[in-house]
Design a protein around this ligand. Structure first.
Ligand SMILES: Nc1ncnc2c1ncn2[C@@H]1O[C@H](COP(=O)(O)OP(=O)(O)O)[C@@H](O)[C@H]1O
Ligand SMILES: [Mg+2]
Length: 291
């Protein structure tokens, strides 16, 4: 029986801004979504209770919903693996996954124009070099979902990749699959979420190979990897409120923070409001209560 001991849990094999990844064995990883939160690309000193559990369980929800479209790395929620001996407060934020050979492409799907796509469009009328209809407003839907891949930079910012650059990296067959699966999974989830009152404006997916089979890895369609907007508040022509992080962003701006680390400590009422937003996103999407 495999056992994650205290020693291995206190020693992640990879620690990202928000998630910590541990080795279970040569083929298996434990991915823990912590309560850490980032805003304006900086990790804040204050965590949001239950955020990790929400993100973990939203990913698990989508992996299960989309498994007919493409296989994925999820083996089990950590809470369903008592043999691993993970403390319950960590288990609810964690999943056991198959270790894959990661493809170094961030597969971005965009249903609505905003962010870097909006900045480029305003300057040149294009999004990643493709011409777009004139007269679009910030937040408008694209006529068709776009695949706008970027590099996965270890250091510094991700850079846009042309489709030819994706082909050079992974070959034509896999490049086509990355594009088609990214769009297919996104369209399924976007339509589902919209019927539950959440617009998923765009998202980022990662893929890997196990024995030459392409699978989805990492997190899937969470508020950290996607832009979630409230259907009821959606109003194109301006930057949209974030379903989950808006209370944090608003407070940070009111506090006059210059977006350079260190960020200020969040007051309790902002933490609580934000926690409620994450839990609301979870229950709207899944119809379930958070474990
Ligand atoms: N099944 C998997 N096999 C191998 N690597 C994975 C798998 N799922 C996710 N990863 C990688 O694990 C890492 C998770 O890190 P993350 O917490 O997102 O931080 P960051 O992206 O900032 O490095 C990413 O590098 C991701 O590509
Ligand atoms: Mg990541």
């Amino acid at each position: 029986m495999i056992a994650i001991r205290e020693t291995s849990l206190s020693n992640p094999f990879h620690s990202g801004k928000v998630r910590d990844t541990y080795t279970v064995d040569g083929n298996t990883l434990l991915m823990v979504a912590t309560d850490r939160i980032s805003a304006f690309d900086v990790v804040l000193p204050t965590g949001i209770p239950d955020k990790g559990a929400v993100l973990n369980q939203i990913s698990a929800f989508w992996f299960s919903q989309t498994s007919q479209l493409i296989s994925n790395h999820l083996i089990a929620l950590a809470s369903d693996r008592p043999d691993l001996d993970i403390p319950p407060e960590i288990a609810r934020m964690a999943m056991v996954v198959k270790k894959a050979q990661r493809l170094d492409v961030e597969c971005v799907a965009r249903g609505h124009i905003t962010g870097s796509a909006w900045s480029e469009y305003r300057k040149s009328g294009t999004v990643q070099g493709q011409s777009m209809p004139s007269g679009m407003r910030d937040g408008d839907p694209f006529p068709e979902v776009l695949f706008t891949p970027t590099t996965k930079a270890e250091i510094g910012h991700d850079e846009n990749m042309s489709f030819d650059e994706v082909i050079d990296m992974v070959g034509t067959e896999i490049a086509n699959q990355l594009r088609d699966k990214t769009i297919e999974v996104f369209m399924y989830a976007r339509d589902y979420a919209e019927s539950k009152g959440i617009i998923i404006a765009d998202t980022k997916m990662e893929f890997g190979l196990i024995d030459d089979e392409l699978i989805l890895i990492d997190e899937l369609l969470t508020p950290d990897s996607s832009r979630f907007w409230d259907v009821g508040e959606y109003e194109p022509g301006k930057s949209q409120a974030s379903f989950d992080k808006q209370p944090v962003r608003d407070w940070l701006d009111e506090a006059g923070w210059d977006h350079e680390p260190p960020a200020p400590i969040l007051p309790d009422n902002v933490v609580e409001k934000t926690r409620e937003r994450y839990i609301e996103a979870y229950s709207k999407l899944t119809g379930a209560t958070l474990n």
